[in-house]
Design a binder for this molecule. Structure first.
Ligand code: ADP
Ligand code: ZN
Length: 646
């Protein structure tokens, strides 16, 4: 098929490049900083953003590893605008997330940036229009799915732009999709190396939140980024508070957590199975919480509706399998709860990272129990994967179990996992309420020797419940049936509570000394149990905490986090905040966009608190760029004034 890009070009369309406008940036700001202030209304780059942006503006290639919510989008959006204004053409953003493109482009329009997307949701006429705009130099950014980009038709368009020096940048988002190691592998991503071969000299920026060495090496190799500069941003998300609690009555624990700490706020609850998703959502709804289910087994239309409500309404709780979340960039998710153990620390970090993207306090909360450990181990054992892959998975699970069992700072462990050293954070459960610990070495030996005696007695294996009964000396029917009162281990652990015994067993299973097998999870010893039996391995455990008192997320941090938690609003400011939110809901509805695309909560809260009296003062608020100030400024001042005086 031959296709002449010139045929879609309107004859009279010459590239019209907007002049660099004088913004509100302080004297001496670089062009990139000027754009950050003027277009996005942000006072400063975050962390590594500045360096990345300057490198790409100067034409360099880069691979960026940054956690979810770390601020990857600005890393290519700012260079795209700078390069476009400098006459260097359009930035092509490759993204696998079609659902996200609409909102991202909407957000750019709100900020006054010419952007568009090309994907299967456009009809032929719509796609032609975008192609015309693209060729005419009217677009600063174009988002497209990889399969779109690699069509002969689209490559011809890129060719035409390239010849005229109008191809400014390739940004490859979710770059880990090129790696077969991750669970997000996309065949089409493999074709993206063609971009480098055909359009030499156009800077390329690959971005991902996946940090392990394996994936990183894959990205470099497959996308031919050997000469790209590597930027590894800090993986810390200081505003997220990590809490891992003993699974006791998980639903009630969840309800208490949502009600006490996140009433009326948006959050995600992850469950492992579809059934549990539906049951949990239904139960929360019965308890008066706006909760919706989401999993891959639901009808596509229903899934879209639920996702839409989550994005667009205030305070919706999404109960979901891991099918939900990729490409959700809602900034005001206030909590992410796990009712089941995720697969590994990468998954845990990615999923919890969906909370608090706006930088305000957010909670990552997980319940964790014996069954979780057993289930995850079994899923690996019974999978079809090869032995190598299984070994890798087991290692990753062990790291997650160690995190869950830890009695020291969770964040220190998380960051260490990603190769970053740090000091206790003051904003995780263990820092805020250091757990009491006890020496469980003796108890562990007793449990192991009891499992051993069962085996000797009549060659049988038993589950945790019966084992604990025997250790505590309970005369149950089953104990009588098997004559277990006569075992030397009967009643040797009466002084240890049942909850503590469960913890001992979980730890022994987590550490691999005990294996749970079969339909009834009966317990057996592994080779390593011997060392514990001989007392060579000390076992130190946390004392199980019955629901410790907690404050609101992030408000009680005692550590040296870099950003102080925002002050609560006083009565007058609360009134303004409510009025601003109502106004925003109206605008969002009119523009068919999620509310946060118009303004983030954090921006509205700052407005409500500062109560600016003029457009100039309003323009100083973080998140208010030039375009939004023009479009909404007077309206905002009016809304705040009519919400009442200070
Ligand atoms: P990621 O893609 O890395 O998960 P995003 O690009 O969605 O993260 O950014 C997360 C949030 O942080 C967004 O709401 C964005 O507007 C905000 N953000 C990013 N950089 C800055 C900055 N320099 N100043 C203020 N807010 C920022
Ligand atoms: Zn901590």
């Amino acid at each position: 098929m031959s296709f002449d890009p010139a045929s879609v070009l309107d004859a009279d369309l010459a590239p019209d490049l907007p002049p660099v406008r004088a913004g509100r940036q302080p004297a001496g700001a670089s062009p990139a900083e000027a754009i950050l202030h003027e277009v996005f209304g942000y006072p400063a780059f975050r962390g590594a953003q500045r360096e990345i942006v300057e490198h790409v503006v100067a034409g360099g290639d880069a691979l960026v590893l940054m956690p979810t919510g770390g601020g990857k989008s600005l890393c290519y959006q700012v260079p795209a605008i700078v390069r476009h204004r400098a006459g260097q053409g359009v930035a092509i953003v490759v993204s696998p997330l079609i659902a996200l493109m609409h909102d991202q482009v909407g957000a750019l329009h709100e900020a006054g940036v010419q952007a568009a997307f090309l994907n299967s949701t456009l009809d032929a006429e719509g796609a032609r229009r975008v192609e015309r705009d693209l060729l005419a130099g009217r677009l600063t950014l174009l988002y497209a799915a990889p399969e779109r980009i690699l069509t002969p038709r689209f490559l011809a368009i890129l060719e035409s732009l390239h010849e005229r020096g109008q191809l400014g940048l390739f940004a490859i988002d979710e770059a880990h999709c090129v790696s077969q190691w991750g669970h997000d592998f996309r065949e089409e991503y493999l074709g993206l190396s063609a971009l480098h071969e055909r359009f030499a000299g156009v800077p390329r920026l690959a971005l991902t939140a996946t940090a392990d060495d394996h994936t990183r090496a894959d990205i470099v190799e497959r996308l031919q980024l050997e000469r790209a500069r590597l930027f590894v941003a800090s993986f810390d998300r200081p505003n997220i508070r990590y809490t891992i609690v003993e699974k006791d009555e998980p639903r009630k624990q969840l309800l208490r957590f949502v009600r006490d700490e996140h009433e009326g706020e948006a959050g995600i609850v992850y469950c492992q199975s579809r059934r549990k998703v539906e049951e949990t959502a239904a139960w929360l709804a019965e308890e008066g919480i706006t909760a919706l289910p989401y999993h891959a087994g639901l009808d596509a239309d229903l899934r879209r509706r639920h996702q839409d409500r989550f994005l667009r309404e205030d305070g919706v709780v999404m109960v979901a399998t891991i099918a939900f979340g990729m490409g959700i960039d809602k900034p005001d998710v206030r909590f992410v709860a796990h009712l089941d153990l995720p697969k590994n620390i990468e998954s845990y970090y990615q999923e919890t990272g969906r909370g608090g993207r706006d930088g305000l306090p957010a909670d990552a909360w997980m319940t964790y129990g014996l069954a979780d450990v057993v289930n995850q181990r079994r899923m690996i054992d019974e999978s079809e994967a090869g032995e190598d892959f299984k070994r890798l998975q087991r290692g990753k699970l062990d790291a997650l179990l160690a995190l869950s069992e830890a009695h020291d700072c969770r964040r220190v462990r998380l960051l260490a996992y990603f190769g970053q050293s740090s000091t206790p954070c003051g904003n995780c459960d263990n820092c805020l309420h250091p757990p009491a610990t006890w020496d469980a070495t003796e108890a562990a030996r007793k449990a192991l020797s009891c499992i051993y005696r069962f085996r000797q007695n009549n060659g049988q294996r038993f589950g945790a419940g019966h084992l604990i009964d025997v250790l505590r000396g309970k005369r149950t029917e089953k104990v009588a049936q098997y004559g277990h009162e006569s075992l030397s281990t009967f009643g040797v652990g009466a002084e240890v509570s049942e909850a503590q015994w469960r913890l001992v067993l979980r730890q022994l299973i987590a550490l691999g000394h005990v294996q749970a097998e079969g339909e009834f999870n009966t317990l057996g010893l592994s080779d390593s149990a011997r060392e514990v039996l001989r007392g060579e391995v000390p076992v130190r455990l946390r004392v199980p905490a019955e629901a410790r008192p907690r404050g609101k997320a992030g408000r009680a941090g005692t550590g040296s986090r870099d950003k102080p938690p925002p002050l609560p609003l006083d009565a007058a400011a609360t009134g303004r905040f409510a009025a601003l939110k109502a106004w925003r809901a109206e605008v969002a509805r009119e523009h068919n966009l999620p509310a946060y695309v118009v303004f983030h909560d954090a921006t509205l809260a700052e407005m409500a608190r500062e109560s600016p009296a003029s457009l100039d003062e309003l323009g100083q608020i973080s998140g208010v760029g030039t375009k939004k100030l023009q479009a909404y400024g007077s309206e905002l001042l009016r809304v705040m004034a009519s919400a009442g005086p200070d």
